[in-house]
Design a protein around this ligand. Sequence first.
Ligand code: DGY
Length: 325
Amino acid sequence: MSRPTIFITRLIPAPGLKLLESTCDADIWIDELPPSRDVLLERVQGADGILSLLTDKIDAEIMDAAGPQLKVISNYAVGFDNIDITTATQRRIAVGNTPGVLTGATADFTFTLLMAAARRLVEAERYARAGRWKTWGPSILLGIDLSGATLGLIGFGRIGQAVARRAAGFDMRVLFHDPTTSPVEGINAEPVDLDTLLRESDFVSLHAPLTPQTRGLINAGTLAKMKPGAILVNTARGAMIDQQALYEALQSRHLFAAAVDVTDPEPLPPDHPLYTLDNLIIAPHIASAGIKTREKMSVMAAENLLAGLKGEHLPNCVNPQVYGD
Ligand code: DGY
């Protein structure tokens, strides 16, 4: 029997790659930068499966270019806003993602950002390197205490819950807003409406998927409702924040600080005004970038792709409607 043909849009870690190469004819885009749109359109031609990254826009045009034999698209990410799920479902193309394995790494990194913003770590490091550290002083580089502060989580799925568990270790009070999730036994977090969360939280952290409802959720109006001196953290998707409004809230010092792992667009152009703010930390979308986490993601993405190629249910499928059961 002939081996299925797949296109892998970047070099993923070896464990997942090995699984795929042992049973498929794999065409792999090995550059550090993503394939251009034209390259993507060309290289997917004839593929039975595509392993995509969040940097690849997989829409009807790409599915057309691949051809009617395309059975499965496996995204090497938990988020899948880069894929046109409606079109994939209409064409009975199964789409997979990698939930669960990156929950811990993302929650850890949320706290990395939260603490770095609260305690001005990046600013302090620059201060020391610039030779400005002349003495210990009672009011040098003062930040915000975590202990006893209120943390508001927008989105209370796997990652939001993992952040709440970590917050317990810092003696924080946790609120959450998530129309799709109820309180979880064993996690001390109180459900509230969005306005209450914004009004009462010293820290607000985003953990919802990017959808038409969450796009631009943090805008001039919602930022104005946040507590003066609060801190905003985003490890979800950049487009959840209106960046001009964030710039203004930080420049006016209405917010004490913000820390984002995601921006819109990505990468953020080097001359973007957000880089001029000393109370904003910008990380290049690395919340899941733990070595073991990325290996597990590669295996999960490979297993989804292999199942789809065999016509089996994907272990992690985002459009199970394709099975019609
Ligand atoms: C995801 O998986 O959606 C993250 O944003 C990257 O790991």
